[in-house]
Ligand binder design. Structure first.
Ligand code: ATP
Ligand code: MG
Length: 572
């Protein structure tokens, strides 16, 4: 299909949601109709184990595994491990954990490109015999110079016309380790005048004397990605090999490789990669953040990695929902990170129990409340989900409210606590501010004295008296001290994630991306929380219990605040 036909079908899809959801499904439907792949759909997710997966990979995972589910097909997990110096088992393990956590299953189809090294070698010997590959002794720099430019044809290598016998001999000796790294490469013999630079005799094998995380020292020649990838797809019988847009110009080489070798013809399809505002995604840069200590690790809750998002408190459902909503297109765009935040809020709204947590405490003493009395007040766990039931919260003479919820000299329309004014304490009583006590030297407010109206208990018959402000609070004696970590975006701006633009991305790091509050007070019901549990701290956002917690000091990550900038954009 050409672009216009695809566009016409896409418009049809928008008009009728029962038809395919994106251009890839349109192509698959066409292939099923024509019987191109015996009506099979077999995709793969092919990460290189050189870093942790990020939210962009999640888009690819949801797409590849999602298509297999939708069409009753299969999706393989394949590690693209052709670059031994950058890869590691730590990454292999984390990738599997992340794919599983997102909710997908490769069943018994976990593969490694390195499983195919012998097979790829054999096929390559055939390629040489066909006169379609040669050993080249030019240096990397010379190869670059000979390649030419977009407007100028390349120059043929002086080694291009070596005999098949010589090439076979040299290639074998490359394999046995006779030559130093960088001294020789194997190149495909295609066309030095091709308008597509990728077709100007690309390098398909290089010498690397390094230990591979799986094959150890067995190999010192490694196939290049552009060559190993189509062969791996073909070996696995992949029907639709989905990759990101920057590989569009590589597709002729993909097709050439399979056609020239005469093996199963998988089909490469490109889609637009995910870019997010205020977010860097390339593994190279994420690794730099980790290695240079700008973050605490790959799973720092500010990182856009799957492990970072998981630790921050995102749910797999929210990430899958996000990937659904952004859709799959053929042109690059920048998605507002507010949409991702919107998805987690939507998911947690009905799932997360409400609790009260005061982040910056201000002491309030209720002078007319009995000294030693503690009342257990009933509080619903989630107004959006009555099935979640209720709990009790202790109420007593000394409580804490949020510093921001008190102003001595408030502007008009300030409905929180101020001298002489009333507010309701959520699930409790209406209180009135009677007196402000300040530190004599600093002038800082140290405590606020109030009176309460015993007739205004929430849930009692007399609870109807209305006041405008409703505050969260905790009882001083029973509250649990906690550390809370508030996060802001890692990057202050939205530079395009092109190679050039991100060169100095460290300069665009947000110095205030982490704020640690270590004197927070949370209601005592939190004591039974387990690592990874998520809550809405009323009025403060959604929070998740972090693994840094100790018995003495629980630590909460703020997943997201309650202010939904996406919902606002959506309404406009
Ligand atoms: P990065 O540039 O972030 O290091 P990569 O493409 O080199 O990513 P791979 O491990 O090779 O990382 O990627 C595995 C799969 O995930 C590939 O099919 C790739 O196209 C896809 N992928 C990577 N980044 C994105 C993204 N931002 N959006 C969508 N898909 C992506
Ligand atoms: Mg890659």
């Amino acid at each position: 299909m050409n672009t216009e036909e695809i566009e016409a079908k896409e418009n049809e899809t928008i008009a009728n949601p029962a038809t395919p959801a994106n251009f890839i499904e349109i192509m698959i439907n066409e292939d099923i109709k024509t019987g191109k792949y015996d009506k099979r759909v077999h995709t793969r997710f092919p990460p290189e184990p050189n870093g942790y997966l990020h939210i962009g990979h999640a888009k690819s995972i949801c797409l590849n595994f999602g298509l297999a589910l939708k069409y009753g097909g299969k999706c393989n997990l394949r590690f693209d491990d052709t670059n031994p110096t950058k890869e590691d088992v730590e990454y292999v393990d984390s990738i599997q954990e992340d794919v599983k956590w997102l909710g997908f299953d490769w069943e018994d189809r976990k593969f490694y490109a390195s499983d195919y090294f012998e097979k790829i070698y054999e096929l390559t010997v055939e390629l040489i015999k066909k006169g379609k590959a040669y050993v080249c002794d030019l240096t990397a720099e010379e190869i670059r110079q000979y390649r030419g430019t977009l407007t100028e044809a390349g120059k043929e290598s002086p080694y291009r016309n070596r005999s098949v016998e010589e090439n076979l001999d040299l290639f074998e000796r490359m394999r046995t380790g006779e030559f130093p790294e960088g001294s020789r490469v194997l190149r495909a013999k295609i066309d030095m005048a091709s308008p597509n630079l990728n077709m100007r005799d690309p390098v398909i094998y290089r010498i690397v004397h390094g230990k591979h995380h799986r094959t150890g020292d067995a190999w010192c020649i490694y196939p290049m990605y552009d060559y190993a990838h189509p062969i791996s797809d073909s070996i696995e019988g992949i029907t639709h090999s989905i990759c990101t847009l920057e590989f569009e110009d590589h597709r002729p080489l993909y097709d050439w490789t399979l056609a020239t070798l005469g093996i199963y013809q998988s089909q490469q399809i490109e889609f637009a990669r995910l870019n997010l505002t205020n977010t860097i995604m390339s593994k190279r840069y994420l690794r730099r953040l980790v290695e240079e200590g700008y973050v605490s690790g790959w799973d720092d809750p500010r990182m856009p990695t799957i492990s970072g998002l998981r630790r921050r408190g995102f749910t797999p459902e929210s990430i899958r929902d996000f990937c659904d909503r952004i859709g799959v297109a053929k042109s690059n765009s920048l998605v507002d990170v507010a949409l991702l935040e919107h998805c987690i809020r939507e998911d947690l709204n009905t799932k997360a129990p409400r609790v009260m947590g005061v982040l910056k405490p201000l002491k309030v003493i209720i002078d007319n409340y009995p000294q030693d009395k503690v009342e257990e007040l009933e509080a619903e766990n989630n107004p959006e989900n009555p099935e979640m039931g209720s709990r009790t919260m202790p109420f007593s003479r000394e409580i804490y409210i949020e510093q921001d919820d008190f102003m001595e000299d408030p502007p008009k329309k300030y409905f929180r606590l101020s001298p002489g004014k009333e507010v309701r304490l959520k699930h409790a009583y209406i209180i009135k501010c009677e007196q402000v006590i300040k530190d004599e030297q600093s002038g800082e407010i140290v405590e606020v004295h109030c009176s309460y109206d015993p007739d205004t208990k929430s849930g009692s018959g007399n609870a109807n008296r209305k006041v405008k402000g409703v505050l969260h609070w905790v009882s001083a004696a029973q509250a649990v001290k906690a550390e809370v970590r508030l996060y802001d975006y890692l990057l202050t701006d939205n530079q395009e994630q092109e190679e050039e633009a991100v060169k100095d991305f460290v300069e665009t790091l947000n110095p205030d991306s982490l704020e640690v509050l270590s004197n927070c007070l949370i209601e005592p019901s939190i004591k039974t929380a387990k690592m990874g549990d998520r809550f809405q701290f009323m009025r403060n956002g959604y929070f998740c219990l972090d693994r840094d917690s100790t018995l003495q000091l629980p630590v909460f990550n703020r997943i997201v605040s309650l202010k939904d900038s996406w919902a606002k954009i959506g309404k406009k």
